[in-house]
Write a protein that binds this ligand. Sequence first.
Ligand code: NAP
Length: 432
Amino acid sequence: MRHVAIIGSGPAGYYSAEALQKLFGDEIRVDVIDRMPVPYGLIRFGVAPDHQSIKAVYRRYEKVALSDNVRFCGNVLVGRDVSIPELVGLYDAVILATGAPADRPLDIPGGDLPGVVGSAAFVGWYNGHPEFADLVLPLDAPAAAVIGNGNVALDVARILSKTPAEFVGSDIVAHAFSRLGNAAISDIHVLGRRGPHQIAMTPKELGELGHLANAVPVIDLADFPPLIDDALLEPGQRKSVTHLREFANLAAGKAKTITFDFFAKPLRVEGEGRVERIIVEKTALDERGAAVGTGEIYEIPCGMVVTCIGYKTPPLAGVPYEEDRGRFANSEGVIGGGLYCVGWARRGPTGTIGTNRPDGYEVADKIAADFADGDARKEGRAGLDRLLESRNVDLVTFRDWQRIEAAETARAREGSPREKFVAVEEMLRARR
Ligand code: NAP
């Protein structure tokens, strides 16, 4: 019997568990460890609450979690309750599937003013992540700036724009639903430091902006290269750029606007004790496609700045780390010494949820090859249980999670699939 610990119960974690299960059948025991008492990581805390069809992938992970040889170990913080060297001592392989839940900071003057928030915090807030429940957000000013031209910037702009009725069917948490419903924001600026051809937004997500009940996207066709140049784009990107161009045909007259400011590099954030404006420099692309300042400077009055400029994996004591790329140092998922990594912890924060699947299968093959070189002598879950018990760790099982989930479903407001518990204590109480 072989024992594998996976740290992180998001997509990368469960695809790895699925791959191991398929490869080893009943010859393996997998423990999926998560610091939260609830599973699924990015699916619960990252994917936008109005994208339920994307979230539905959790049903696939649930199947894996319910099998006899895979176990969910929630409410266990690696680094506090158990260390990496201890896990390596107990398991034949340890896979880090910890994602990239930390914001890359916006390193400009004023980037630390109250009212500048990272997307991890903002998204965590509307998705009910316990760490961000008390986030202070200035939603009282009429304008907000969203920095970045990726899908997260789109999520943030869309969530800020929707009417309460458009959240029917979503699982946005109660505190965010009510605060967003009363927010004064009507003018949202999405800032890209490069141009329309350099966006990192996918067509489906971009297309959604054209169908909002009370908000309209605004672009300036003068920012676009000649139409004929779109033919040079890869088909997906061409579709996205076509959506952008079509925004020019939308009728104005809705209460909110989402204005795309292209070639706009944030220089500094200003305000008396809170965000009042962002100062931006117009850019042009150099021959390598990088944004260079033109010296033309303008300001956008706004009361909140949400930075959507990418994420990083928090380092773990004893695990080699690549500071510049914000991920664990690894060679194709292998860290060494019985440690492996998958997903954003391996590759950095790019790709869709499905991109994590091949990662999981690849690492399972690598583990199988490494197992072939040695004997099975590790204790696995019995050893972990003993350790956690001696440290009074309140382990949450998948059965517990099912009770929590049932309670969330039972208390959902009409039209919503669930009303998530936000505080860890509430989650722990709900399993009884
Ligand atoms: P992303 O796709 O890497 O986009 C980051 C954006 O931030 C880019 O436009 C980048 O511009 C910009 N940026 C980086 N540093 C900057 C700076 N210092 N100043 C100004 N702009 C800066 O990252 P993401 O939006 O966080 O998304 C992460 C991953 O999750 C992506 O793969 C995304 O597709 C995925 N995702 C998917 C969905 C969905 O499918 N519905 C939803 C959310 C996220 P440059 O290009 O100039 O560097």
